[in-house]
Design a protein around this ligand. Sequence first.
Ligand code: HEM
Length: 448
Amino acid sequence: MQTQKSKALPPGPNRLEMLKILYQVKTSGTGPAFLKLREDYGDIIFLPIFNRYVIFDPKDIKHVLKDNKKNYLKSNTIEFVKTFLGEGLATSDGVLWKKQRRNVGKEFHRASIKHYTPAMIKLAKKYVNKWGEGNSQIDVSQELLDLTFDIACEVFFGIESGVQTEKLRDAFVICADMAVTRGRALIPLPNFMMKNKLAEEQKALETMDNIVFDIIKLHEQGGGSDDNVLTKLLQYTDEETGEKMSQKQLRDELITVLVGGFETTCNALIWTIYLLASNPDSYKKVEAELDKQLDDDNVGMDQLMGLPYLTQCFQESMRLYPPFPVLSRRNLESDSIAGYGIAPDQHIYIMPYVTHRDPEYFENPGAFNPDRFSRDQKINESGIAYLPFGEGQRKCIGENFAMIEGITLLAIILRNFHFELVPGFEPEPKFSITLYSANGMPMKISKR
Ligand code: HEM
């Protein structure tokens, strides 16, 4: 730490210029607005009004997420999602987080995930058959949201899609909207201004709790299927304390993996299909690989793991459109980043969307070039330039799950259908909890 010698505040727009930036965010999107900020002010900036630092340089990101990780907790912005995620893995810190990472983490090791691929394959085939019934155009984003939600419910909770999952999804949408509203407000909104919304949120939380606690009870009494995350979590006793997970903790972890697991993966899939439809050469290579490797009636892990080019396309898509677009941290003690003194308890944002387009690390960064991820490339050698799943101790526990789910669904979907962009359609990338297309993703489909 060199705070004495460090410079004061990093450069950045003043309060008046911030209004212009907010306008740019609204008109051209958060990603391009922040790319411009980096171009104008450099690798670290300070945003007045919000009182936030934003760091873009891969070496500084490595400092925060890895080298000096003990000094950084999740930022207070996480409080907005705590209303519905509770104290699950993504929102807790300290001793509780460590214990939960140990226990929940086990269920997401590569070896455990193979139990879940049959459910992924079954549901992907169900959707593909549905699309085959006379459709020539679908909204890929809507369909994939439904598909990934169904997979999450079956794999995490052991429940099939139906009235219960629909209610859970509606409740989730209300709670997530409220979290985003709270997160975006420059000053905390007084409760009287949000009376109706708060009542709606309260009802949604109750619905969510009732459903999840009912499912837990069913599994405790021996009902429900065996191959799901909930059954496994019910069996664990913590290796250090010998304790079982409480019902409340189970509820928080299940909602956390449900929320963490479905929208992110879904958006990664949507952007991959969009980028392939926009890049015919890469698309042809993907289809050739699938035709060689996959037999319609026999899709198993062995075939799915033999799809290196499709995997590279998925990785490259998460570079251009990182599904989890903003990471935030808070420092416990003072620190120095890029020569600037950071007082204790500051909020620091990391934006993979901008860092993933750093020309020093990615040649021609705006282009879709899956070959960047061929085996011999070492992208994160000197700093963390590629971090769709985060890095360091809080790195995504679902990375293996998401990669396997992503490749499985893409393989089955792209083997069965060819996708084309609807002429004149331009997606509007929007930063929220995930990076999604605000106007959906309508696409023409034809059976292959
Ligand atoms: C393409 C899909 C996914 C992406 C891009 C993604 C991205 C991320 C990122 C960037 C973080 C770190 C956040 C931070 O450091 O502040 C994270 C954490 C997390 N993710 Fe994912 N995720 C994906 C899929 C999943 C899946 C499938 C699950 C569940 C099975 C999951 C569960 C979690 C959890 C529980 C955490 C918190 C870990 C901790 O704090 O210890 N994610 N994810």
